[in-house]
Design a protein around this ligand. Sequence first.
Ligand code: FAD
Length: 439
Amino acid sequence: MTMTIADRNANSSYDIVIVGGGMVGISLALLLNREASRDASLATSTQKPWKILLVEAQTIINEPQSGVYSSSPYHSSFDARSTALSWSSRTIYESIGIWPELKKHLSAIAQIHVSDRGHMGLTRINAEEADVDALGYVVENQWLGSVLLKQLEQTDVEVLDNAKVETIAPLADGMRLEIVTADNPPQTIHSKLVVIADGAGSATAQKLGIQSQSTAYGQTGIIANISLEKPHHGVAYERFTEQGPMALLPLTDFKGRPRSALVWTQPSDVAESLMAADEQSFLDQLQECFGYRLGRFEQAGERACYPLALTTADEQVRRHLVVMGNAAHSLHPVAGQGFNLSLRDAATLTDTLAATLSGAESQHIGDLGLLQDYQQRQSVDQRNTVLFSDSLPKLFGLSSSIVALGRNSGLLAMDLVPSLRSRFARFGMGMATREAGHG
Ligand SMILES: Cc1cc2nc3c(=O)[nH]c(=O)nc-3n(C[C@H](O)[C@H](O)[C@H](O)COP(=O)(O)OP(=O)(O)OC[C@H]3O[C@@H](n4cnc5c(N)ncnc54)[C@H](O)[C@@H]3O)c2cc1C
């Protein structure tokens, strides 16, 4: 995959520059490209579709790799993790035409099974009850990345990889960026709008004096793909233990063997020893914690770990600027909401900016009022999702018996009251939040 600015000297002025080509940056680029192409036929000489540049610090490749998929990007956003996509994410990916391709290696969640280790509470949430085909879809990040990059190659979005933003400064009519690459002299670029999507604690946002607040959970999330003795039948397991929550999400089979994606939250010191343990000892400890609902755990794939924190940026919009993805809000993964929320942010931003293309909006894409409108439209969704993702690990991480009683009766109540379950399910699918966010 060749990815460079077509003419590094001439193409120095853009409508939109996205800094960060992770899951969020690329998805946003595809959404914006959809709008720009849709409106290309309406474009007049004074109103051209957007010219978009994506700047990524790492090398972006979409070439054969060893592993499950014949082709995958080697890229930190697209590592050995898996992502549970919500219904809202499915709708967004359908709108850019990549859902049929993604579906080739997606596992639909037919049921969510919630349990509490050492306590009696247990609940099951079914897709049928929520009146949907599936409660979510689990995709390996490598496959998601491969599909996203393949689609990006089909667009007019220019990509500059192996490149970093050295400086960024506001101008009256946009932002000026100085970009450095390994083998070229620094390049100065002008853009009417810059979207910063370069990950949690964004270095680019900091260059503009935008700080972020970070609260560590004191926990680490360990991920690995686990080969199972028994098929998972599309069940996603969420298990709360005194050390922290764990999830086993259904994956597509590999070489005829059933697999689940593990996200195991542990106090950081315990996680360190689990990471250092040999495969059998790791599997034994996992089995002890999870039990035998999926039979014996047979193999563990590559393990990786992530120190967990809630990190939010102090500002998300300024004139000519939006902060998005983990750079805006990075959440605890237990509820599987971080990326889904960012994708809804990206869809809403695209929708807000699209009004300027159709002529329905007299404002310019960098206008503060327009960008504040975007933020306002997403504020309820963001607030609810951050709160939900933050409260779940705290509630279930507490071990006092009163709290344990409360959470067990909560789980039991969910099992007894179908409407509670379906409300929980709708939240997980990104429906309740989106409905709330859009009034
Ligand atoms: C264990 C785990 C499980 C998760 N599971 C789920 C789930 O099931 N569902 C869900 O919705 N979410 C989940 N998440 C959250 C999800 O992974 C994140 O929301 C998502 O990765 C955010 O993507 P991003 O593109 O914003 O950031 P990143 O993935 O961090 O990407 C940022 C990109 O910017 C690039 N970059 C950095 N600095 C610069 C620079 N100066 N210039 C140019 N480029 C730069 C980086 O190289 C990188 O490619 C999970 C997270 C974890 C840790």
